[in-house]
Design a binder for this molecule. Structure first.
Ligand SMILES: [Zn+2]
Length: 255
């Protein structure tokens, strides 16, 4: 896999930074509850400790760093076209029918071109996905994330925005309008408006700046969300990172 393709100028994790995270994770006990080695947990997460109901106490350990490593590697496979389609066998289906221990939570846009399971080359039971147009976080979204953290043992949250997001574009296009958005769209667009306002006048592409700003704000919101997320972030047991998916290249830029 060509991880160097994930390097982006200006923002995003660098290859060197990613490597240092990955290397430190191999001997790291952060957030661990079980006994697997890092290598085992990367390849066989969810294969042990299958208590009914999937409570976190019995979940195999995947640190935030290991989870991030898996996502980066999966996206590299997707970008290169060398997909492995992991965890999509009948055996995997039967395994996760009993309990689930997704290694990451992804809050992504509903856009049909950005399915997290595909762009990270994952399978059944791997990702706990919450999707809403514009990838914003209301109480129901945060409650869903809290469930995956507390009961399923996930230690990484990725807020995934994307290039040319229609929800953000609609917010940009109506920024100066006093007319209410039609139907129920206001509920989607209003949470994005502060991000659009924050980047007005900033150099560069307004829509893309707003996409990035919206992701950064939702990441900040989740990190400060009490009591579940903020407490775990402070304790180093949970990481919340932002991502931008490039529709043209398939690359997810993480930071
Ligand atoms: Zn979108």
């Amino acid at each position: 896999m060509n991880l160097s393709r994930l390097i982006h100028t200006g923002s995003g994790i660098s290859f060197a930074m990613f490597l240092s995270i990955a290397i430190s994770a191999t001997g790291c006990a952060t957030g661990t509850r079980g006994h697997e080695t890092a290598t085992d947990s990367v390849h066989h997460h969810g294969a042990t400790g299958a208590a009914a109901g999937g409570h976190g106490h019995d979940a195999p350990s995947v640190s935030p760093e290991q989870a991030l490593q898996k996502l980066v590697a999966g996206n590299a496979r997707y970008v290169s076209g060398r997909l492995e389609h992991p965890d999509q066998t009948v055996a995997r289906r039967e395994e996760v029918a009993k309990s689930q221990h997704p290694f990451a939570i992804v809050l992504s846009c509903s856009d049909s071109r950005v399915p997290p399971e595909i762009v990270f080359d994952t399978g059944l039971g791997d990702l706990f996905v919450v999707r809403i147009a514009g990838n914003t976080a209301d109480d129901a979204v945060i409650g869903s994330i809290e469930y995956a953290i507390e009961h399923l043992g996930a230690t990484l949250v990725v807020v995934l925005g994307h290039e040319r997001c229609g929800a953000v574009k609609a917010t940009v296009d109506t920024a100066s309008s006093t007319a209410p958005a039609p139907g129920h769209l206001a509920a989607l667009l209003d949470p994005i408006r502060p991000a659009v306002k924050a980047v007005e006048g900033r150099s560069g592409d307004l829509l893309d700046n707003a996409v990035r700003e919206n992701v950064a704000r939702v990441v900040g919101q989740l990190k400060q969300s009490k009591p579940v997320l903020a407490e775990r972030v402070a304790a180093g047991k949970l990481q919340v990172v932002g991502g931008r998916y490039d529709l043209d290249t398939g690359i997810v830029e993480l930071k």
